[in-house]
Design a protein around this ligand. Structure first.
Ligand SMILES: [Zn+2]
Length: 352
């Protein structure tokens, strides 16, 4: 009896499947062009705003590190007015409608964003149109305008700008920030990673999402900055003949990276560089006034997504997450001279 019921049910299900196959869902073959255009514009607007927000977060976290450690960067320094500039016509064509809805359609060189931590923070505003830079008329392209700005700031002299704000001409004087000349680049990659190549710092959007606290993101930027200021990269490259730039996480997926092929001797070198960059990075953060307490927990978070690096293996080029967490905790206690309140002999409590 039960078997008969099951048989009936199966036949029923089979019939349903057949029926579903024989009468496909009907939908419009072509969507209305106007609707497509509208949705495309909305999606471009959201994407532009998201990308700008990411860039702002990255640069605003990096900026204090680059300013407050300028004496550690030797000759690699520059001056910055701390603004993002843009010009409507320089965006890719498909994005233009969205760009105009966000920023208006006037095609002049304008301030897109003023860094909270930058020299211009209280003097320029988003939307200001730049007319003159030290009495020079602004060039046609934003690239040429940025070159002119760099040129006019190269000795750190006060920058005199004429801007148009709410239909009024204003004269503004800005004392540029002196900072390390290691530009921060955002790489659109889901990998949780950061790199230093001796002349710049590259952070992936995957790392930005993973490091949801600003001081965690600063921890990695400072680590990469330390690789550059300590000149690890040229030494490392000459030690290993390694052509890649991967850092933080290596080879946890089982895919050999070029770095692994360089051999264990090179790995030992790189482990000491990694520890040095971790410790130096904390000092750079301390100089820039970042909150250090609890930063070692970043490595516990990293261990959750990459358990292979909790312990050593032959191909490890970086210290384990265990060593990194413990060394960082000790260094924080040392830097903040608060070793009585931080017990470095036992693991930290896990963050709730
Ligand atoms: Zn590193």
């Amino acid at each position: 009896m039960i078997a008969k019921h099951i048989q009936t049910a199966l036949i029923g299900a089979f019939c349903c499947l057949i029926a579903a196959c024989s009468t496909p869902r009907q939908y419009e073959a072509e969507l209305p062009e106007e609707l497509l255009q509208k949705e495309q514009t909305e999606q471009f607007k959201q994407a532009l705003q998201y990308q700008l927000k990411q860039r702002i977060r990255l640069v605003e976290i990096a900026h204090p590190l680059l300013i407050h450690n300028v004496e550690r960067c030797g000759k690699r320094t520059r001056y910055s007015a701390g603004v993002f500039l843009h010009k409507i016509s320089e965006y890719p064509k498909p994005q233009l409608k969205a760009v105009k809805q966000l920023y208006g359609s006037e095609d002049q060189l304008k301030v897109l964003h003023v860094l909270d931590t930058g020299a211009s923070s209280e003097k320029l505003f988003a939307g200001d149109q730049i007319l003159l830079i030290n009495k020079h008329p602004v060039p046609d392209t934003s690239e040429a305008a940025i070159d002119l700005l760099k040129n006019e700031m190269q000795s750190g002299q006060t920058l005199k700008l004429q801007v148009m704000r709410n239909k009024q001409k204003l004269e503004i004087a800005i004392q540029p920030d002196h900072l390390c000349d290691y530009p921060i680049q955002l790489s659109q990659s889901d990998a949780v990673n950061g790199y230093a190549d001796g002349s710049q710092i590259i952070i992936t959007s995957g790392l930005m999402r993973f490091a949801n606290k600003d001081n965690q993101l600063a921890l990695i930027i400072a680590h990469e900055l330390a690789h550059n200021t300590l000149h690890h990269i040229p030494q490392r490259l000459s030690n290993t003949a390694w052509g890649g730039l991967i850092d933080i996480i290596l080879n946890t997926s089982g895919i050999p990276s070029p770095f692994v092929a360089a051999g264990l001797g090179a790995n030992l070198y790189s482990q000491s560089y990694e520890t040095e960059a971790d410790l130096e990075g904390l000092e750079l953060m301390y100089n820039a006034g970042f909150e250090l307490e609890g930063l070692e927990l970043f490595w516990r978070d990293m261990a959750m997504i990459h358990p292979a690096i909790i312990t050593h293996n032959q191909s490890t080029s970086h210290p384990t997450t265990v060593e990194r967490a413990i060394r960082i905790r000790k260094e924080i206690a040392e830097l903040t001279k608060d070793s009585r309140s931080i017990d470095t002999t036992s693991p930290p409590p896990y963050e709730k």
